[in-house]
Design a binder for this molecule. Sequence first.
Ligand code: 5GP
Ligand code: MN
Length: 330
Amino acid sequence: MESDIHEKIRQLIQEAGEILVLSHIRPDGDAVGSVLGLGLALQEAEKQVQMVLVDGVPSSFRKLPGANQITRKVQDPFDLSIVLDISDLSRTGNVLDGQVPDLNIDHHITNLNFARINFVDPEAPATAAILAEYLPRWGLKISEPVAQALLNGIVSDTLGFRTSNVRPNTLRLAADLMEKGADLSELYNRALIRRSFEAARLWGLGLDKLQRDDRLVWTTLTLSDRAQSAYPGNDDADLINIIASIDESDIGIIFVEQKDNHIKVSWRAQPDWDISQLATQFGGGGHPAAAGADIPGMLDEVQEKVISATRQLLKNGANGNKSSHYLKPN
Ligand code: 5GP
Ligand code: MN
């Protein structure tokens, strides 16, 4: 029952003293916003809270209130663990050392329900939107810093309210967060617009290699591109969003070479398509319109396999690979 799960979560929180809150490797704005939103709200409820992101806080989000409290490792014992925006355990980056998390709060349709208690809403446009909706029901307040963090998560995951899963209620939640003090303009610009010089140089190297085959576009970023641009992250610096904006394409892919012979693949699809299952087949996951996977192998071989499978999906599209609920709100 809907209401039972909320009562269960409220009790879990009420009974806990020391709480670990964490999100996924290579954190995005929803990961950081959700960890801070829940973490700060729990602190305000007099809980001892550890907020952990194994890969640290990306520079775009370091100015969020409380961001300097986020650590890369668990420092102290805890009696409740809450994982946010994580669809499978491998995405925790081993923070829990094999322990089953107590509570899993997420919005990925591919979520494996791996925790003791799972609250997964694939209709929600961001994990932060779930928190914005339910924190009060779990006995927690949305103060100004909490509102900043949660609106950051919503703005990031909806790419500024333009993904097809945005609902009227998303805008109502965002408006409530603004009334509580969140600065939409500042959050929007930091999360989605302002980028470092090095990131732009990395885009240049990636765009220079852009390829297209019919409705599929893709490119690669190698370790050498990263070194040449001096970009400090191991991600694509959001180049995928530029690739996904190409009007002649339905699906965009980026291959980012990682150390230790594996490739981070990101897919983005136009609203008619569902690439989440394809990502799952490659050991990853995500949403109908945005998914990813970490695939072992060399760049050429991974690229060949992924492009061939994605082409197949495009070819079969009309026979059932299109996403349904994502496209048509009702
Ligand atoms: P991105 O391509 O920006 O890394 O991720 C797009 C979406 O796919 C996000 O919702 C993210 O959580 C999910 N995703 C990306 N990489 C992986 C992965 O390796 N495993 C899983 N399960 N999900 C992923
Ligand atoms: Mn998310």
